[in-house]
Design a binder for this molecule. Structure first.
Ligand code: ADP
Ligand code: MG
Length: 765
């Protein structure tokens, strides 16, 4: 209860109060249930959650704070403006050319930048710096060093050299490497990424300078998310620039762009503290479905509760100061679920900013007595949380997936759009593998959005365009009005915006970008973006090579292009699906079309190490076969550990909290029945409940022994066999325990039930 207080002292008085003053009655509020004080700590939680006030004094909300976005935006980043102001001109120019043209950085530049960065950080009050990196855990890591260097006079000065800026050396042995690094080769290196601005992290106790870096083993293998992402960005840039040149365009670098939408749940932290499952695994392992979930569909886009809005505004303020262009906020479908999203940026920056967003969301929630849950499925029975990765490619002056309004650009659009369709069709397996991990199994392939089958939504009008091209090689009409002309007979009219939407599609064209919707809420966007960049680079490359061949043979560019698009569409059209992705019909049809349906992690992830995909990633210099194999292994290992921890937590809660509560109730029922008998009463009602509770207690106890047994059996020596043991034996055993416990929850009296219930966690704000 740190940092905020409750109005009534927090001791369950609210719920159990019988009118007597608590001070008179002393510390024993449980007069009606004197034998039960320990089993209902959730009443404390409810009282505390209900009594929450923003300032801890029970007053109305403090005076409104205003925010000057322009003044604060980026104030905690060492960005271009700060560099221009602080660096000598030649140094600034050299750095700029590293940032803009990727020219290698030399040591004198690094020294000068380090000096300026240190000065700036000290002015901001920083005492330490850290290389901030993204190991294969999915989150970020940092190791702090102070700027302090003792001097001969017994004092100390703040120092920070170019070498310290460019390279760090954390012990790599504690991070997942998937067999890339033996424990005795513990060395790992972090390397400064000058394209992502350093920033200041503020805490109430002090602040530090955080420097975005890449992370590799001493053998040079990538151990992080950033290295392959940067390599894939370069591969896409190369191929897309080549294609643009065919269209006669020349306007600078092509960047992959990403705009990730983040969904999350918020619950009062009092409930969180009383749910060991949430604290240990990020999701509830127990919990009966409440009478009301999201059935009324009244939460989505509803007005945001004041407390939540205060939290969101805090998040936005912090993110603006860190230069993250966060833009939208709204309620999501499930009760207690919300979404925030930034404006898109280049893929590397967007990925770093996405990590910062997750960190700021979690930190800020605590200031409001809330906990932000980023797990994919914190609550069964209501929607899970995803992350939509909006993806496109463009130069400073144009978005290559914008249909545009000139004929020239529209043909270009159809080319790039075809390249994406082709890439998705050929590499469904990789796209699916990029979002495969234990948490996301609760969404994909589990009757929830989106399905595990990868398909592309194009919208009616664009589909119509492609269908005409497919059938006759040309298309001359469009389905409906409000369209723009393409100015050439071989191509049809197309809509400026694909107006309709389809929430069930895992990969949807949404007007001027594709929205990859299968990412889980807690996931880094880096690898999914890496996959998209790489597979689209390959398609553009191969299509360009074909076009080059036709042109050499004397074909007219427009004819060759139209023929190419028609041919490709015929080849890949099975990937296009505009209908309901949840329906059984789609499952049958997808099977008939030969599309992959990989319902869980263990079926999806081996694709990372397939020959096709190793060759693809190697060809574009994104990941070596060794690095791909290591990543596959890390996913298996993480899956095994995640489920193993969930299994043990399930067993622990069942045996130390739920079973005792059931036994306690049973005991009281038996006592009641016995007393009734002693005065000759026929207590049939009590006896019926005794039978129910006893039956469920037996069921729970049997399930529990089976689960304990499965948890102890690890399933072999390899991470692969262990992971399969988890999926095939531990998860079903956990499900059985939960089923019995959830039934008990529905019949145990409120005063006996030890865990905050769904209806409390989801609706008390
Ligand atoms: P929607 O409501 O369809 O999801 P929004 O306009 O809210 O659409 O955009 C969702 C996300 O898509 C935002 O983060 C936005 O910045 C991003 N986005 C828009 N254009 C692009 C683009 N060209 N490349 C990548 N992301 C983009
Ligand atoms: Mg969206």
């Amino acid at each position: 209860m740190e940092g905020w207080k409750v109005q009534d002292g927090g001791q369950n008085g609210r719920l159990m109060d019988d009118g007597e003053s608590r001070t008179k009655r002393g510390p024993k509020p449980w007069t009606r249930y004197p034998e039960m004080p320990k089993l209902t700590p959730r009443f404390d939680a409810l009282a505390a959650a209900k009594g929450w006030t923003p300032d801890g004094r029970g007053d109305a909300a403090p005076a409104m704070r205003t925010m000057d976005i322009e003044a604060i935006f980026g104030e905690n980043t060492f960005g271009i403006a700060e560099m221009r102001a602080r660096l000598p001109k030649p140094i600034y120019k050299a750095l700029l050319s590293t940032l803009r043209q990727s020219t290698p950085l030399d040591a004198t530049v690094a020294d000068a930048v380090a000096m300026a960065m240190k000065e700036w950080a000290l002015e901001k009050g920083a005492t330490h710096f850290t290389h901030w990196f993204q190991p294969l855990t999915g989150s970020t890591a940092e190791k702090h060093d102070s700027f302090i260097t003792p001097n001969v006079g017994g004092g100390a000065v703040a120092e920070f050299s170019g070498k310290e800026l460019i390279q760090g050396e954390p012990d790599a042995s504690s991070f997942p490497s998937g067999g890339l690094r033996a424990t005795f080769e513990a060395r790992g290196y972090t390397a400064w990424d000058p394209t992502s601005p350093a920033f200041i992290v503020e805490t109430p106790a002090g602040c530090y300078l955080s420097i975005p870096t890449a992370f590799a083993s001493w053998t040079g293998d990538a151990l992080d998310q950033k290295i392959p992402l940067l390599r894939s960005v370069a591969a896409l840039e190369k191929q897309a620039t080549r294609a643009l040149a065919l269209f006669g365009g020349d306007d600078g670098r092509v960047m992959a762009t990403c705009g990730p939408e983040q969904e999350f749940f918020l619950i009062d932290q009092e409930f969180y503290y009383r749910r060991p499952d949430l604290m240990t695994t990020g999701r509830t392992l127990f919990g009966a479905k409440p009478p009301r979930g999201q059935e009324l569909e009244d939460h989505y886009f509803g007005s945001i509760p004041d407390r939540v809005l205060a939290f969101m505004i805090d998040v936005e303020r912090e993110l603006y100061r860190l230069g993250v262009p966060v833009k939208t906020r709204h309620n999501e479908v499930a009760p207690g679920q919300f979404e925030m999203a930034p404006i898109y940026e280049n893929a590397n920056l967007a990925a770093d900013h996405q990590q910062l967003m997750m960190i700021v969301l979690q930190k800020s929630a605590r200031k409001h007595g809330l906990v932000c849950l980023l797990h994919e499925k914190p609550f069964a029975g209501v929607n899970g949380s995803g992350k939509h990765l909006n993806w496109s490619m463009g130069t400073d002056s144009q978005n290559l997936l914008e249909p545009g309004d000139t004929p020239h650009q529209n043909m270009q659009f159809l080319f790039f759009c075809t390249a994406v369709l082709r890439a998705v069709e050929r590499h469904q397996d990789l796209i699916r593998a990029a979002v495969a991990y234990a948490g996301n199994d609760h969404r994909l392939g589990a009757n929830e959005a989106p399905p595990a089958i990868i398909s592309v939504f194009l919208g009616d009008q664009l589909t119509d365009v492609f269908e005409q091209i497919e059938k006759s090689g040309t298309a001359t009409s469009s389905k409906s009005g409000g369209l723009m002309g393409l100015g050439t007979d071989v191509l049809p009219h197309i809509p400026q915006h694909a107006g309709d939407r389809n929430r069930t599609s895992p990969f949807a064209f949404t007007g001027n970008k594709f929205e990859f919707r299968a990412l889980g809420a807690s996931q880094s966007v880096s690898f999914p973006a890496t996959v998209l960049n790489t597979i689209v680079a390959e398609s553009i490359d191969e299509l360009c090579t074909e076009l080059d061949g036709e042109l050499k043979g004397g074909a007219r560019f427009e004819d060759a292009l139209a023929a190419l698009i028609a041919r490709e569409i015929r080849r890949v059209k099975r990937i296009v699906f505009n209908g309901d992705g949840y329906s059984d019909d789609w499952h049958r049809e997808a099977e008939a079309r030969g599309l992959l349906n990989l319902p869980n992690t263990l079926e999806a992830v081996p694709a990372l190490a397939s020959d096709k995909n190793k060759a693809l990633f190697e060809r574009y210099g994104v990941l070596s076969p060794r690095e791909m194999e290591s990543r596959e292994e890390v996913v298996f290992e993480t899956y095994f550990k995640t489920v193993n921890i969930e299994g043990e937590t399930t067993a622990e809660i069942a045996s130390t909290m739920i079973l005792p509560a059931a036994v306690h109730y049973l005991n009281d029922l038996l006592a009641a029945s016995e007393r009734a008998g002693s005065i000759g009463l026929e207590a049939t009602g009590v006896k019926r409940i005794i039978e129910q509770v006893n039956g469920l207690t037996n069921e729970l106890s049997e399930g529990l022994s089976a689960l304990v047994e499965q948890n102890e059996e690890l399933g072999g020596d390899s991470v692969h066999s262990k992971a399969h043991h988890m999926r095939d034996h531990v998860i079903p055993a956990m499900t059985a325990v939960r089923a019995a416990a959830d039934k008990l929850e529905k019949i145990l009296p409120d005063t006996y039930w030890p865990l905050p219930r769904y209806r409390e966690m989801l609706f008390v704000k």
